[in-house]
Design a protein around this ligand. Sequence first.
Ligand SMILES: C[S@@+](CC[C@H](N)C(=O)[O-])C[C@H]1O[C@@H](n2cnc3c(N)ncnc32)[C@H](O)[C@@H]1O
Length: 189
Amino acid sequence: MSAPPDLPEIVARAFDVSRRAGYVSFCRNETGRLLAMLAATRDGTMAEFGTGCGVGTAWLRSGVRGEKARIVTAELDARLARAAAEIFTDDPLVEVLAADWSTLLDRGPYSLLFLDSGEPAAVGVDAVVDLVEAGGIVVLDDFAPCEMWPPISGGRVDILREQWLTDERFTAVEVMVAPDAAVVIATRR
Ligand SMILES: C[S@@+](CC[C@H](N)C(=O)[O-])C[C@H]1O[C@@H](n2cnc3c(N)ncnc32)[C@H](O)[C@@H]1O
């Protein structure tokens, strides 16, 4: 294990809420720690597409330094959004919207964008490039590590990953966060 097993208090609270809601589709802790670390480098507004029950949001929140950063997160499922909002009731730095992530299109640009709505086709570079400020970071979760180029997933070229790793508007890297899990992180040039 490369990180302490203890969870930040806010993340533990998010897990409690998830458990009560019977929801299990949250980012893994390795990705969460990465989100927290990246959030600690950010001022300005960070956004998450697909809140789920707020675990990823809580990881981001755990990394925030001071009062200069905000997090806004959108969840299509109103029941999940309500549950996630509970975690941050008294937190002026986090806003949970029960809405399609497209609601966030006119609230950018963002200093960090966590694309986690599970709709790969919707999160191509062209769809989000204008939402990211120069030097801003995009995080895409849930890739299977791949040592081939172009990247293959399910027997086909993984077009989304290939696109993010080659687009000249970003400097990007695929990072293995566990033997069976990778994320793509891209910085807007
Ligand atoms: C993988 S889960 C999110 C997990 C969460 N980011 C975390 O790390 O704990 C994906 C979520 O995206 C939501 N979702 C799917 N399409 C969406 C959309 N168009 N706008 C907002 N949320 C969406 C789903 O309802 C689901 O709860």
